[in-house]
Design a protein around this ligand. Structure first.
Ligand code: ARG
Length: 562
């Protein structure tokens, strides 16, 4: 692939007589916002001293000396040297590469032979899937896809919240008031209402709390009835979560949740003890973290019970041992940032440098009319209903735009879900997002449907023509050059997006590509039967390759017709 920056750097290094290092030159090169200032620009300010000349005269003298393959010209503009690459020849090389590589374009080797572990989604059994879990699911899966595009082996882990004293309460409530058919029909709804009823009744009958405690003890010590109920609640809840995962097109490599680590904590606690890291505090065992400026990490309660953090410690060791990860990501809301800093610090204190490769990836909230959106009691918004509503709205839009479309339901599902995915991912991870289905679903503006629609439009051009795409003779108009330059950046955008753990980098880039293509579509008669048609079709095809792969990387489905 042509490396424009390297070409320019090399030219400048020789023209500037080694007065400034290649590396320094490369760092100074900018990308002008406006095509009138060329494809890349170099500011001469820092050279004034060495050359004892004004930056403008340095630019004036150096520009005409820059020559070579793929270079159309270099120009001085004030204190800058602007370089223009030859649209025809460079464009053809880039398009050829994209058409040749197809789906492989943008596949990197950065992570070859390395593993990235991603802990995401991780909802709690018998509780509704919250909007926070939705964000974790969507961001986590996109990061998993980006990791794979960067060459890593991605291990997707659903660290289910399937352990804790609440299971003692659930078992108690179920045995008193439960109905198996209701649980089978609507597990989460039913289990949640049993849980709520438990708390209501426990206010008047505190003995219930003791019963719950003893059921949890039974569960911990392997009582078969307790175990069977627990595992049934877990299976039924998981079935419901699975329906959502299927619709979002998401799979996990492991559903080992908190319970899985029950028998894996002792060695960790023993090691902490042996290393003299455990301190006693009101009968509880903690690791103090004063140097890290963190509250003590609670390892064991005074009654001997282990905690969320203890299980995360065991999980971290288990993952390091089994996956030998290069890094391990936890895609979890920012309200847990102290927890993850504690877990990391404890592992570091135990002497394991790999603690630095554990990263908490937090994110902001979903808002509804400016207020935190919640799927909890009272205003329960069930995620499946949200998805259904999005799909219904999408169906309406399709009905209005293209009533004759064949597989309308399938497309509506792709568009409705894609809208939610994209709306989440185009925002910087830490921002809070207003959840407005109407805004997400418009076909104009920076939305998922806009991308899908643009891509389908490009596909329809390819279907309409009987000429074959060929990059060979290149294109020289400014609109296509804008697109080609953008397409060229795709691999680098994938890299950046993953390095910054920020799918929004990719999402925003795809919007840029779609906008550039729509501009082209508006200005140029793509299917005109002239000498340029095959090159124009090659450009259209290259656009579909990048848009399709980019959307799929964000977990979106990509209809060919809309
Ligand atoms: N189940 C937790 C919750 O819903 C999230 C778990 C995140 N992952 C972890 N390894 N702690 O808040």
């Amino acid at each position: 692939m042509i490396d424009f920056k390297a070409i320019f750097t090399e030219q400048l290094t020789s023209v500037l007589n080694g007065e400034i290092s290649e590396e320094a030159i490369s760092d100074l090169i900018e990308t002008p916002k406006n095509q009138a200032y060329g494809d890349l620009a170099f500011p001469c300010f820092t050279l004034a001293k060495a050359f004892r000349k004004s930056p403008a005269s340095i630019a004036e003298e150096a520009a005409p000396l820059i020559k070579g393959p793929y270079i159309e010209k270099a120009e001085a503009a004030g204190s800058y040297i602007n370089i223009f690459f030859s649209k025809g020849s460079a464009g053809a090389v880039i398009m050829e590469k994209i058409l040749r590589e197809g789906k492989e374009f943008g596949l990197l080797k950065d992570g070859a032979g390395k593993t990235a572990v991603l802990d995401f989604s991780s909802p709690n059994i018998a509780k509704p899937f919250s909007m926070g879990h939705l964000r974790s699911t969507v961001i986590g899966n996109a990061l998993g896809n980006l990791a794979e595009k960067c060459g890593y082996t991605a291990v997707r882990i659903n660290h289910l919240g399937d352990w804790g004293t609440q299971f003692g309460k659930l078992i108690t409530a179920y045995k008193k008031w439960g109905n198996p058919d209701k649980v089978k029909e609507h597990a989460i709804k039913e289990l949640l209402s049993l849980y709520i009823r438990f708390h209501e009744e426990a206010e008047d009958h505190p003995a219930l709390e003791d019963e719950a405690r003893s059921w949890f003890k039974e569960l911990e010590s392997g009582n078969t009835e307790a175990q069977a109920l627990w595992s049934w609640f877990r299976d039924e809840s998981l079935k419901e979560f699975q329906r959502v995962y299927d619709r979002l097109g998401i799979h996990f490599d492991s559903y080992n949740g908190e319970a899985f680590y029950n028998d894996k904590m002792t060695p960790v606690i023993e090691e902490l003890m042996a290393k003299g890291l455990l301190a006693e505090s009101d009968g509880a065992e903690v690791v103090e973290l004063p140097d890290e400026d963190l509250p003590p990490c609670l390892i064991k309660k005074s009654d001997g019970a282990t905690l969320y953090a203890t299980r995360d410690l065991a999980a971290a060791f288990y993952r390091k041992k089994n996956y030998q990860f290069a890094h391990s990501l936890y895609i979890v809301g920012q309200e847990q940032s102290i927890h993850f800093r504690q877990v990391k610090s404890v592992i570091k204190k135990m002497g394991y440098e790999w603690a630095d490769s554990m990263k908490h990836v937090p994110f902001g909230l979903y808002l509804k009319d400016g207020k935190k959106m919640s799927t909890r009691k009272g205003r329960v918004i069930l995620l499946e209903q949200v998805l259904d509503e999005a799909v219904l709205l999408a169906k309406g839009n399709i009905e209005a735009k293209n009533p004759g479309l064949e597989n309308k339901n399938e497309v509506a599902e792709a568009v409705g879900i894609g809208a939610i995915l994209f709306h989440d991912l185009k925002n910087d991870r830490m921002n809070s997002i207003e959840f407005s289905l109407e805004d997400m679903l418009t076909f104009e503006g920076e939305t998922g449907p806009y991308l899908q629609y643009t891509n389908a439009r490009a596909y329809s051009l390819l279907r309409k023509s009987d000429d074959l795409p060929s990059a060979a003779n290149g294109l020289s108009d400014p609109y296509s050059w804008e697109i080609i330059k953008l397409l060229y950046q795709y691999p680098e955008k994938i890299r950046q997006s993953y390095r910054q753990l920020s799918p929004s980098v990719l999402a925003k880039y795809l919007i840029d590509v779609a906008q550039a293509f729509n501009k082209y579509y508006g200005q140029v008669r793509i299917l005109e039967k002239d000498a340029g048609i095959r090159a124009r079709l090659a450009l259209v095809k290259a656009v579909t390759i990048v848009l399709t792969d980019g959307m799929q990387t964000l977990s979106m489905k990509v209809p060919r017709q809309m």
